[in-house]
Design a protein around this ligand. Structure first.
Ligand code: FE2
Ligand code: FE2
Length: 396
């Protein structure tokens, strides 16, 4: 309250900057475990304060993991071998297998990119924003383009992380499987990038919070932290976001693209669960496991509370409403709440399955209001096909 009183007394430009700094400080203050702070703190400074992802130049992230060679080529991970087979059979061609000839008009009311209630108009009105129909469609167009841009940036992170974990993991069957994931992520970069360029005609910069997560896991030398960060957390976030957009958009090319990507991502999360389950339960000390429990919880909160589409705010509303008002609009958007629901439905059961939802951390999840997701299906119990069928049923 005091914070907002102080912030609102400042001139507009200064006010937005100070609000951003306070928010960055809050992200770091939320990290109660000093080991989590050590892992996410430097990445937070680079992302939230220095805005390294928005400099308009390539970003260099030093990697410090060890490549694990095994000259005996063992095959002792049947679940990973099976995923490798399925991944080979499930390859598709981003050029030939999608109906790129469909012409997309992002502002066509007959084929809306988002449902009319994705953003709640009454919340816009509450803060004095009154948009005519055309402007409202353009705002939805901005929101979709922003979301797809973040998918694309996330996919670039996934491509490099998949390459890193393929080197670092000790399971040989996991390395062969990992090669297919590198190909999958390359294809995802290809199709999202093409869709944004050819059909949406623009690209937003990477969101600072997404940058923080990618930076933290790319620079962490421990393979299991990379796995946890990318294969469980970011892939869980991606599945939640892809699934929500898949059920909500009416644009046929985007639906087809998302459906194919969801099938691939379901395999990626499955692999993450298989690889981590054994490792967390048998290889880690109690202290090491606790660090991962805390890390996963902090990142889950970061994903839930911090993707505020400020890049859209800057474009549309900077100087007209405060960042605080924008947060209220985004947090109250029915479309965003469906996204958070789907994300946690996918994510929490996987954390349970790999052994990171222990009695020690459960109260923190309860306080965060996530109890309803404890009993859901984890990735190994759900194939990509079943996931898409479930989404189609829910949308029908
Ligand atoms: Fe991907
Ligand atoms: Fe993936």
């Amino acid at each position: 309250m005091l914070k907002q009183t102080v912030v609102s007394s400042l001139p507009v430009r200064v006010r937005d900057q100070v609000d951003a700094w306070i928010e960055a400080a809050e992200v770091v203050a939320e990290m109660k475990d000093p080991r989590v702070l050590r892992s996410l703190g430097p990445a937070s400074v680079r992302g939230l304060i220095l805005h390294r992802g928005k400099q308009g130049t390539p970003t260099k992230m030093p990697a410090s993991h060890s490549a694990h060679f095994d000259w005996t080529y063992p095959s002792d991970q049947p679940a990973m071998k099976d995923l490798y087979r399925r991944a080979k059979a499930g390859q598709w061609d981003g050029e030939k297998d999608l109906p790129w000839s469909i012409s997309v008009d992002p502002e066509n009311p007959e084929v809306p990119l988002l449902p009319a209630d994705f953003i709640d108009d009454s919340l816009l009105h509450k803060h004095g924003i009154h948009l005519d129909e055309k402007e409202r469609r353009r705002l939805d167009y901005s929101m979709v383009t922003w979301t797809l841009s973040q998918f694309l940036h996330g996919e670039q992170g996934a491509l490099f992380a998949a390459a890193q974990v393929t080197e670092a993991v000790q399971f040989f069957d996991g390395k062969l499987y990992g090669a297919t994931q590198v190909m999958d992520e390359g294809r995802h970069v290809e199709v999202f990038s093409r869709y944004l360029q050819d059909k949406m005609g623009r690209l937003y910069q990477i969101n600072d919070n997404l940058f923080v997560i990618i930076d933290a896991l790319m620079t962490d030398s421990r393979w299991d932290m990379k796995f946890l960060g990318m294969q469980i957390m970011v892939e869980g976030l991606a599945l939640g976001a892809f699934s929500t957009l898949y059920t909500q958009t009416k644009e046929p090319l985007l639906r087809e693209l998302l459906k194919r990507v969801i099938m691939d991502e379901a395999r990626h999360v499955h692999y993450g669960v298989v690889a981590l389950k054994q490792h967390i339960k048998t290889e880690l000390s109690a202290r090491e496991r606790e660090e991962r429990e805390d890390w996963a919880f902090e990142v889950a909160l970061l994903m839930r509370n911090r993707f505020m589409a400020y890049e859209v705010f800057d474009e549309w509303f900077s100087g007209r409403i405060s960042r605080e008002a924008w947060r209220e609009i985004v947090l109250g958007a029915p479309g965003m709440s469906r996204f958070r629901h789907t994300m946690f439905k996918r994510l929490v059961p996987n954390l349970r399955d790999i052994g990171l939802l222990t009695p020690r951390i459960i109260p923190a999840y309860e306080r965060a209001g996530l109890t309803e997701y404890f009993g859901g299906k984890a990735a190994p119990e759900l194939t990509g096909e079943q996931m898409v069928a479930e989404l189609d049923r829910a949308a029908a």
